[in-house]
Design a protein around this ligand. Sequence first.
Ligand code: ADP
Ligand code: MG
Length: 169
Amino acid sequence: MAGRRGALIVLEGVDRAGKTTQCCKLVEALCDAGQRAQMLRFPERSTEIGKLLSSYLEKKSEIEAHANFSLDWCKQPDVGLPKPDLVLFLQLQLADAAKREGFGCELYENQAFQKQVLQRFYQLMEDPTLNWKIVDASKSFEEVHEEIRTVSEATICTAAQRPLEELWK
Ligand code: ADP
Ligand code: MG
């Protein structure tokens, strides 16, 4: 008999929306509750390709960057990957993100670029095949955490009964 499967929960949002902070808190809370939760970063900056991306984003190396491809073109490398059971969008006004510690340190952390990123997120959210949930990321650390934990626990229960699907297929 096949075992119960876990859930794939993705945290999204503009730079400094709180993704890393909330993902760590969620994994910790789930592990404390006896779940085998693990955080995966995308990109994972410790791999060979990740190191290259990281140094580029930290403005330490120059790589020719193409930025004019269509959204559909950009989605292609992810087609067929495990489909997330839940995509939490940490919604934050760009003016508020810009006030957070570290904003501006990396290459694309400026309001004009982040505004375009936000527009692309809203375009992606129109896709009804994905389970997006908007979370108000302007609230306190604890309030955001509680909301994310509650919806994640419910998702873990329902995912166990459902087959794993493929993204954008
Ligand atoms: P991301 O991974 O989305 O870029 P981080 O989790 O690294 O964002 O958070 C960016 C900064 O904002 C950090 O200094 C973090 O402490 C702060 N921060 C995160 N969540 C909140 C919050 N709810 N309220 C205030 N500051 C926050
Ligand atoms: Mg982060």
